[in-house]
Ligand binder design. Sequence first.
Ligand code: PLP
Length: 431
Amino acid sequence: MQTVYGQMSDEQLDRVIEQLRDQADQVRSRGLTLDMTRGKPSPEQVAISLPLLDTVDATTDLHDEGIDCGNYGCFEGIPSARRLAGELLGVPSDQTLVLGSSSLLIEYETINMFWLRGTCAHAPWEAYAASHSGRPPRILCPVPGYDRHFAITEELGIENVPIAMTDDGPDMDEVERLAATDDSVKGIWCVPKHSNPSGVTFSKRSVQRLATMRTAAADFRILWDNAYAVHDLYPDCEPLANIFDIAGAAGTQDRVVAFGSTSKITFPGSGIAFVAASRRVLDDISRALKVALISADKMNQLRHVRFLPTLADIRAHMARHAAYLRPRFELVESKLAAGLGASGCATWTHPRGGYFVSFDGPDRTARRVVALCRDLGVRLTPAGATWPGGRDPRDANIRIAPSYPSLEELSDALDVFVLAVKLVAAEQEAA
Ligand code: PLP
């Protein structure tokens, strides 16, 4: 990156650094305490779902299409909730399970099942290393990506392999090359719509290539975390191709396992979460989960379908969320453009949905920017978190999460962020 600071004389640069340090001292003296660490909805956003709590009370008929939600049974989820999950993830309802409140937990349990038992009569992934001179199975990880995904596979002993993210989704030439030539490559993490953190929606061509590519591993799995399936900021957002339809036509339907939840539709951590897959894979997941679960919280499923009975209702509800989120994302764009647009110091994404903006500064600066922001009263996601093992080889990427602070707080936090990026970049140039 050629920055404005690189084009200055030593005297000019010293003067600029002095001015920026003065500004930093002034900010420090304000004693700010602002938080942009995680992508959480703001309290006002969460409040739009409060009427959900009124949909079930002591006088409510607790039956859903013949299922008694007040008692054990119906492990796979109540019929209306499965229909809704199917609409959201793009499959018939009998290809879904609606479970507890966390999609991340279902992801962990599913991959744990691949690891311990294997699917569709394939050997457990755990056995791979023993029969291949200790080489662990590998998972492709588009970067920047979601730290908690990487943590799940790392924890099991799977090797996370970074893959560059492009404007169309993961670098498919590299994905196809690795998947076709290396049978230790057992799958790929994907957040296909409004990806965390880049905001990228995979192009139709990328979805087709993922679903139809040749894989050396017969049990290759696409871990399709569609967490932001309906989280559009604008009415004309690019749609996501239905990977199940494409895989079904290509005969690769066992390859795709999709996840989702209403965490960022209703209540984070208290929504309903679901998984979709071919009948064969879903049977394997059910068998594994049934060991520990009789049935999930059907009352919460009932509250959700009474509040948001159809996908059209969910879309109308999401338009209300977007009214809170859009000004925050537009503020990020305008503050970064005004503060850093001409500096040559930074590039960032321009998401049309989801919860994050992905920011790249000069190499070897992200950790120092995050530390300086903290010192100035603004907490950010740790630098490196968007890479497997927390190791960003360029130390350049920072995830910006603008959803939670008020607009006034966000404005202050972004001013501090811009100042920190400039100061660290200028100091690096002078070093
Ligand atoms: N998947 C992605 C891509 C996310 O960004 C998040 C939350 O930030 C989750 C899953 C967590 O979802 P849940 O609350 O359903 O576990």
